[in-house]
Design a protein around this ligand. Structure first.
Ligand code: ADP
Ligand code: ZN
Length: 752
């Protein structure tokens, strides 16, 4: 018998072939090993994309190289990489490691994390084109010295020697003052070689804002700045929680700390909620730094790619952006600032379900640089960490220039007859609005509900008209003449009769911002009014434009949803009205109290920021609620103490760590059966892992049906996050789900 032909891996080991470890954007925790063909040996590097044959049909898939040269695992048949996609790595080594950490911390796939972290414009190299260049061949100058060359050819060589790298053909011709023939002659003599290079077609459009001088910091600000600068000088990592009331001058401190970082030639990342990326913020940073990259969601692929490259080249001093800017490819990171730390938009609620604060913490830790978290109403997670000494806590209890925090008046809407019935603005609020406007001030009214009426109610069967695909009442949008689902964008004209009982006589109940706008217009016919919500601000730029008009004093009353509650700094606002403080209070959410406190404190923060005093009116049906009262007294510490005790009692964060498991599918019986099996497996896996692993549920999700899918969930809790992760990994291997159901795990869940 002839011996079998050697298997590829035997050859690989023998011939010292190179292998690469690849991750694919698939929901799998596995990495895959491939042989690197000879042609790619010198080109392949971690962070590049490759095409690899995958699965039974050897279908070509795009994957990311995460390591090169690792030995092939024995006894496994290795396939070869088919092609290399990127000439340069798309992501640097430290960021590759960070994405791996995210995949472990949030139980996602490394390939999926990488795929979502690298912007599409970077993958496509949007906004660039290939340019023909020439560079000196190896040993060209020595060779040229012994040749008799015409002056024009010498000129070309001199330009290339000077440039010390590839020069585009047109630039070469201009610099050497020649045509193409000397260049071709040199190429034929093999003294110069053609290369192709990608260059951006974008040009700088950014006009630096007018420079402004530094403010003189007050003693509180100086103390805070010193504390931030201390780890910078070491340098070492530290997380600093800057708990400063609204208007205490936090932004000024960030700017000064970043100035210090930039003076050492390092870069800063500033993370803000998308909604705070207003011209006001940009102008404020733009007037203090010479090079800025602003990453917002309206960037084109080409713009995003251009910024990415400017940041990666080290040229950008400060990157300002929403959540995903935590992945900005700064080569010399010196500090990360995360402002409005309490904002829920820092958590991504699609795969990968990371929290930008935790990613920032890990990135800063690995880079050995400080992380500054700022908020007037820190999350209890962050406050608790700081109180326990894990992070540094800096308190700024006063506004700058001894400006007082505004008095907050609680109005009981059950007594303050809202005349006539069905109106949203009570007597007290109405009088206050009149007074503010008469005195030349501006007013902000907050109502966290867009549309005209949240429900079309049938008086016969006592039910609202629901979305056919979701368990949600449809909202009446009078301006469009349609009922809309705020979850899936389903829309329909209002039915003449109740869809369930067929009777006429339905009524619109409740008020959203559109109805509020109508009421305000009729009560204050002379006032200049603007409504700000995602319906009214659909056009890109309209949000900025409205804020600019408000700043210039061209608007008297600004009313809207949370769009107006965040970070705005307008000195002339003398009244803030909260139409319905109860809207969040009674949600089935463990953070309902926290959200309500934050909301009142943040909207109150929009007034009394200038020379004029401000005041706040909070309308509520729960005037005796402790949370609303503590918010009215600006008593964050009192609130935190009370709420932390309650969380501890209920085994809720930050006393424990949570993960939420959601099973979705078109058939309710199947979904229910699968979640039961999953819970059983989890319970079995928990055995022997300690008594403090808890599981809550299974139960139908608060909104059972969403976008045609039924949803059931359960919740895991444990004292440490590591316990949850290990528990889940052990159990996960034993699940086998039918194709019709989809399983999601959300580590540190924030929403329902
Ligand atoms: P925060 O970010 O805490 O809400 P800001 O930094 O926006 O506070 O400051 C509030 C207002 O006070 C801004 O208009 C700012 O220009 C001003 N301000 C901040 N620090 C000082 C200071 N040291 N002296 C005078 N005004 C200041
Ligand atoms: Zn729907």
């Amino acid at each position: 018998d002839l011996p079998d032909a050697p298997e590829p891996w035997e050859l690989a080991a023998e011939a010292d072939l190179l292998t690469a470890e690849i991750v694919l954007p698939l929901p799998t925790p596995t990495t895959f090993h491939y042989l690197v063909p000879d042609a790619l040996r010198d080109l392949i590097r971690p962070g590049q994309r490759v095409k690899v044959p995958f699965g039974r049909g050897d279908q070509l898939k795009v994957g990311f190289v995460v390591a090169v040269g690792s030995p092939p695992p024995a006894a496994r048949r290795l396939k070869s990489i088919d092609a290399l996609i990127d000439r340069e790595p798309l992501i640097a080594g430290d960021m590759l490691e960070l994405t791996k950490w995210i995949s472990e911390r949030y139980l996602g796939s490394w390939g999926q994390v990488l795929d979502s972290v690298i912007p599409a414009g970077v993958k496509k190299q949007a906004g660039t084109r290939e340019i023909r260049c020439f560079q000196l061949a190896e040993g060209a100058l020595e060779k040229a010295a012994s040749l008799k060359l015409p002056a024009r050819q010498r000129a070309v060589l001199e330009v290339l020697q000077e440039a010390d790298g590839p020069v585009p053909v047109d630039q070469l011709e201009a610099a050497a003052q020649c045509g193409t023939s000397p260049i071709h002659a040199l190429r034929d003599k093999k003294l110069i070689v053609p290369v192709r290079q990608r260059r951006s077609t974008m040009t700088e459009e950014y006009t630096p804002a007018a420079r402004t001088a530094d403010l003189i910091l007050n003693p509180d600000q100086q103390t805070a700045l010193d504390a931030i600068l201390e780890p910078l000088q070491a340098p070492r990592h530290e997380t600093i929680l800057l708990h400063g009331v609204t208007g205490s001058g936090k932004t000024e401190i960030y700017i000064r700390a970043i100035r210090e970082v930039v003076s050492y030639g390092r870069q800063a990342i500033v993370l803000v909620p998308e909604i705070s990326l207003t011209p006001q913020t940009i102008r404020r940073f733009g007037s203090r730094f010479s090079s800025l990259a602003v990453l917002h969601s309206h960037l084109s692929d080409a713009e995003r790619h251009w910024h990415w490259q400017r940041i990666a080249s080290g040229e950008v001093e400060v990157v300002i952006g929403a959540r995903s800017a935590v992945f900005a490819p700064t080569p010399h990171l010196g500090i990360i600032v995360l402002d409005e730390e309490h904002e829920t938009t820092f958590k991504q609620n699609a795969t990968p379900r990371y929290h930008a604060r935790e990613v920032a913490r890990e990135r800063a830790r690995r880079a050995g640089v400080p992380l500054v978290l700022g908020s007037a109403t820190p999350t209890l997670e962050s406050f608790d960490r700081a109180q326990r000494g894990l992070d540094r806590l800096i308190e700024m209890p006063n506004r700058v220039e001894q400006r007082p925090l505004p008095p907050v008046v609680i109005v009981d809407t059950r007594n303050d007859a809202l005349v006539p019935r069905g109106h949203s603005i009570g007597r007290a609020l109405k009088h206050s609005i009149e007074r503010s406007i008469n005195e030349g001030g501006q007013v902000i009214l907050f109502l966290n509900l867009r549309g005209y009426s949240p429900v079309l109610w049938c008086l016969k069967c006592n039910e609202g008209v629901k979305c056919p695909d979701c368990d949600i009442s449809l909202t009446w949008h009078r301006d469009r003449g349609k009922l809309l689902c705020h979850s899936c964008d389903f829309e329909m004209p209002p039915p003449e009769r109740c869809p369930s009982c067929g009777q006429p006589g339905q009524k619109y109940l409740g008020a959203g911002t559109q109805k509020l706008e109508q009421e305000v217009r009729s009560k204050f016919p002379d006032a200049r009014i603007v409504r700000m919500d995602s319906d009214a601000m659909r056009k890109p730029g309209s949000h900025d434009e409205a804020l600019e008009r408000f700043r210039k004093g061209e608007i008297d009353i600004l009313l809207g949803t949370q769009m107006i509650a965040k970070g705005l700094d307008f000195p002339n606002v003398t009244l803030v009205g909260v139409i319905d403080a109860d809207s969040m209070l009674h949600q089935p959410d463990l953070r309902a109290a926290e959200r309500t406190f934050q909301l009142i404190a943040q909207v109150a923060g929009r007034t009394g920021r200038g020379e004029k005093a401000g005041r706040v009116i909070v309308q509520t049906m729960s005037p005796d609620d402790a949370v609303i009262q503590l918010a009215a007294e600006h008593d964050y510490l009192g609130f935190a103490k009370r709420e932390l005790a309650q969380r501890r009692e209920h085994h809720a964060p930050p006393a424990t760590n949570l993960a939420r498991v959601i099973v979705r599918g078109p058939r309710e019986d199947l979904v229910r059966a699968e979640i039961r099996k999953i819970v059983e497996t989890l319970k079995e896996t928990a055995k022997g892992r300690g008594d403090d692993l808890r599981i809550l549920g299974p139960a139908p999700a608060p909104i059972l049906r969403l976008k045609k899918l039924f949803r059931y969930h359960c919740q895991l809790s444990a004292p440490t996050i590591e316990q949850i992760l290990e528990w889940w990994r052990a159990a996960e291997a034993r699940f086998s789900l039918p194709d019709e159901v989809e399983l999601t795990i959300d580590v540190d869940p924030l929403d329902l």
